[in-house]
Ligand binder design. Structure first.
Ligand code: CTP
Length: 172
């Protein structure tokens, strides 16, 4: 059972790529749950990301660790290199509580053999996946605008022909 007042050692894990407010929130809330105790954050290594099929991680391991430390909530950052490592981490660091976002619901339940586990609600409407999609859309939009301005600006011969063809198509 969670003792709400006792200082404890908390651990949480993540990739923390393109660091965003959802990451900061879960790290802050994990630290709050430590009740003045320690927060350890496991950051996935590049090799572990590849092993799990996460091949489009933008930030280096070092940058992701720096971003986690920059929140000021983590007392220690450790490399997250594998699934079986969790048991070792919990025992080596005397972890009392594992905290994960609710997208991991149930997946860390096996750790209940050694400590408590809680899943917190994710911060809505933000994720690394969403940020990557927005970046892709932004790049393709600005590239299209640049190509159009260079090769096919309003009033160019090509543009006039295209508009004429459109008139014909609409007529047909
Ligand atoms: N997290 C959260 N709220 C979000 C996004 C992430 O609480 N909006 C939590 C996750 O539940 C996890 C931790 O932050 O416990 C690290 O998540 P991570 O997978 O690195 O970030 P995501 O933004 O979920 O990345 P992806 O879109 O690649 O899944």
């Amino acid at each position: 059972m969670l003792d709400m007042n006792k200082p404890r050692t908390v651990i949480t894990y993540g990739t923390f790529d393109l660091f965003h407010i959802g990451h900061e929130n879960i790290i802050r809330r994990a630290k709050e749950l430590a009740n003045g105790g320690r927060l350890i954050v496991g950051v996935t290594t590049e090799a572990f990301n590849i092993e799990r099929g996460k091949i489009d991680v933008r930030d280096s391991f070092e940058k992701r660790c720096q971003n986690v430390m920059a929140t000021g909530y983590a007392d220690e950052v450790i490399p997250d290199i594998s699934f079986p490592q969790k048991e070792i981490d919990i025992k080596t660091h005397n972890v009392d509580l594992v905290v994960m976002g609710h997208d991991w619901e149930g997946k860390f339940d096996y750790c209940k053999e050694w400590c408590d586990v809680v899943y917190l609600q994710r911060t809505p409407e933000i994720s690394t996946t969403i940020l990557k999609e927005q970046m892709r859309e932004g790049v393709s939009k600005s590239l299209n605008e640049e190509l159009r301005a260079t090769y096919n600006p309003d009033g160019s011969v090509l543009r006039k022909l295209q508009m004429r063809e459109l008139d014909i198509l609409l007529y047909v």
